[in-house]
Design a protein around this ligand. Sequence first.
Ligand code: NAD
Length: 255
Amino acid sequence: MVQSQHVLVTGAGGDIGTAIVEEFLNDGATVTAVDIKSEGEILSRYSKAHQSKIRPVCLDLCDRDAVNDLIHSGAPLDAVVGNAGVGGTSPFVDIDVAFWQRTLDVNLTANFNLGQVAAKHFIKNKTAGRIVFTGSWVGSVPWPEITAYTVSKAGLEMLAKQMARELAVHGVRVNVVAPGIVRAGLAGELLKTDPVYAKRAGRVVPLGEFQTPKQVADVVKFLCSPAGEYITGTVLLADGGCSLFQFDSALDANK
Ligand SMILES: NC(=O)c1ccc[n+]([C@@H]2O[C@H](COP(=O)([O-])OP(=O)(O)OC[C@H]3O[C@@H](n4cnc5c(N)ncnc54)[C@H](O)[C@@H]3O)[C@@H](O)[C@H]2O)c1
């Protein structure tokens, strides 16, 4: 990152989003920090020293008009990080249609909206902008009882590749960071509240420890930095080796 850059980060009121915003702030960027949480809640996650460099914005990313207004009425952007997401578990046969739809709306369609609006903004401003989406290692590995989530993340990977292919001519780079199991945010909640999930998760990290939000944020920052300028259309797995793991039926049976 070059100082004075302006970055928009979604999910900035959550755990990984906060770490991503902090990485950019530490490099001297200003950040538009978007979340469905209130502006006060978003700001409260950051130190007083950083708050003057943050513009908190409360909106539902499924509201395409609001996203459009935000990006087109704000200061020119250099990078956009689509990080907001929702989770939730359900055995496949019990998945509620409204839950399925909401998961795809937030994790996939809202990022399509964000990516399209951001792309138009970069093209109009002739900016070789960076777009990074937060995917997941389970975007390419099925994990029990999170079908809506895994399908949304798989779709996000192809969305990024399509965008990268079409936007490269404008200099716009589009990538996905695919984290592993973070002991915070969505998985952190499951680790605390769902013993079956915790037992499975505890057995699938070859590096032997859960990920920190900062370890995800470091990769996002790399993809937005000069060192990442030749990377586009990539799913950068930063999962501690989770995806190398071969699932065995004993785990499915919770033995
Ligand atoms: N925690 C993990 O282990 C893990 C692993 C891989 C990927 N991820 C991904 O990382 C991203 C961040 O998740 P997290 O773990 O920090 O969870 P989190 O719940 O702490 O953060 C997600 C944030 O997104 C916001 N959000 C949800 N729906 C929104 C909407 N419609 N509009 C605006 N904001 C909305 C939430 O309010 C929340 O602040 C997600 O995309 C998630 O899928 C997390």
